[in-house]
Design a binder for this molecule. Structure first.
Ligand SMILES: C[S@@+](CC[C@H](N)C(=O)[O-])C[C@H]1O[C@@H](n2cnc3c(N)ncnc32)[C@H](O)[C@@H]1O
Length: 240
């Protein structure tokens, strides 16, 4: 095995898997994303080659993975959350497969459920929501907004902060009740986590000033947050 696509978890460095951490600690090359905790990068061996993904295009990343993999290095590609949830892990795995380079997917804790949980929001809850829909919110034109507005259950929006007002207006215009509970969780699971909760029609205004990364959660499960936001669900308290 030579290339590992590893999920780093949602932010808190303690939320990487045991297998993921072991691979980081023994790799020859570590290629890591911006959202990955610094503490995890520092776990790589001192002699390992470290590559920050920031400056590189997707093609360049894939080229590096293939080149290091072919050279027989133990390569860890460390990605925020889970590699296969809006993480382009599938693209990188395809590039490796096409090049004939052996690889393994090491799943991670996705922000999908972990970030809402850190704010006291269960994405499913018996009798409240038995369906979760995930969307990427950075390209609203690519979404089927009419269908989305009518879809029951919980809607989780990744990369949706910049266009939040456009999205909520569009959903309301297509029939989603403006009073639907909604939340924005920024820097979830980290000490600087911030949470805003408001009805759908007001959430964009409430979220002004929050910085990415942020996850948007829309649905009745958000109504449980005021009962489930215990001190233990408050990362700032955990890190204090
Ligand atoms: C490119 S996607 C990667 C998702 C990742 N693969 C996962 O499974 O969580 C990045 C988006 O995930 C969400 N996200 C990731 N980490 C987050 C965090 N700690 N707090 C809030 N949102 C987060 C944000 O919507 C962010 O824009």
């Amino acid at each position: 095995m030579s290339v590992y696509l590893v999920g780093a978890g949602p932010g808190d460095p303690g939320l990487i898997t045991a297998r993921g951490l072991e691979l980081v600690r023994t790799c020859d090359v570590l290629i890591y994303d911006r959202l990955v905790a610094r503490e995890l990068v520092e776990e790589a061996p001192p002699e390992a080659t470290l590559v920050a993904r920031d400056e590189l295009s997707q093609d360049e990343i894939e080229g590096l993975l293939v080149a290091h993999g072919r050279a027989g290095a133990e390569v860890v590609r460390l990605k925020g959350g889970d590699p296969f949830v809006f993480g382009r892990g599938g693209e990188e795995a395809l590039a490796l497969a096409e090049a004939g380079v052996p690889f393994e997917i090491v799943p991670g804790v996705s922000s999908l459920a972990a970030v809402p949980a850190a704010a006291g929001i269960p994405v499913t809850h018996r009798g409240v929501s038995s369906q979760v829909t995930l969307v990427a919110g950075h390209d609203i034109g690519a979404l089927d907004l009419s269908r989305l507005a009518q879809t029951p259950g919980t809607l989780v929006v990744f990369m949706g902060l910049a266009q939040l007002g456009t999205l909520t207006d569009a959903l309301i215009a297509r029939g989603k009740p403006a009073g639907t509970p909604a939340a924005v969780v920024a820097s979830g699971t980290l000490p600087e986590q911030q949470v805003e909760i408001a009805p759908l029609g007001e959430i964009a205004e409430a979220a002004v000033g929050l910085q990415p990364p942020a996850l948007v959660v829309i649905g009745d499960v958000v109504g449980l947050a005021h009962r489930l936001q215990t001190p233990l669900a408050d990362p700032a308290a955990l890190h204090a």
